[in-house]
Write a protein of this length. Structure first.
Length: 225
């Protein structure tokens, strides 16, 4: 299987390095994406921050050019917004959609509308310098970079891809303090269209338990529902 992996806010594809290494050892292919504006050397144009559409376009292009099958598209946290948009365009190219302690939007939702008051405060306080880039919160990896505010606040537009129904998996980090995903996780547990797994280590699952995350991903079913 090929995995295309999209990180959450402030982080790059490097966050999946330990997970990718385990998956590759097991014979899978992995492409971990660093979203536009989050490059290690800083954004290409600091005066023109990318928005959610920019990130969806970027990941949709990666999916569209891939000729490898089966293909699983995975997103962590904010990355759930991105993979939802990419799948809405190119769902017929995918075999599985995996949300890793991530936002699962409906049409018109945004990261801002779906998150908690605590994260909204983080966004606002982090963007005080220029209103365009949200500073890296304390405690993240030194490789983290300021995140474009526009991508957090832009509403997603989902038309409903007419392709085949995708398998959908939600991997929860458990009820960590301040999590905006607790109610979502419980709702998806009762939805027959979803499989829900829990790796109760908190939000940053790829960093805290890469082995279990890799094992869970490697065991994804491939048959259509």
């Amino acid at each position: 299987m090929k995995f295309v992996m999209v990180p959450g806010g402030w982080q790059g594809g490097w966050v999946f390095d330990p997970v990718a290494a385990e998956l590759r050892r097991a014979g899978h292919r992995v492409e971990a994406v660093t979203l536009s504006g989050l490059e290690p050397d800083g954004p290409v144009d600091v005066d023109r921050p990318p928005n959610l559409d920019t990130h969806i376009d970027q990941v949709a292009e990666i999916v569209d050019r891939s000729d490898e099958t089966p293909l699983a598209l995975c997103g962590h946290s904010y990355g759930g917004m991105v993979i939802a948009g990419a799948a809405d365009r190119l769902g017929d190219r995918l075999d599985h959609l995996v949300f890793i302690d991530a936002y699962v939007p409906d049409d018109g939702d945004s990261c801002w509308s779906l998150t908690s008051d605590g994260f909204r405060e983080t966004f606002i306080n982090g963007a005080r310098a220029d209103g365009r880039w949200v500073a890296v919160p304390d405690g993240l990896d030194p490789r983290a970079r300021p995140h474009p505010m526009a991508s957090f606040v832009q509403s997603i537009r989902l038309a409903g891809n007419p392709g085949r129904t995708l398998r959908r998996t939600y991997i929860s980090g458990g009820p960590w303090p301040g999590s905006p995903f607790v109610t979502l996780t419980e709702r998806l547990r009762d939805d027959a269209d979803w499989r829900v797994h829990e790796i109760p280590v908190g939000h940053n699952i790829a960093r805290r338990d890469p082995h279990t995350l890799a094992s869970t991903l490697a065991a994804l079913p491939l048959d259509t529902p």
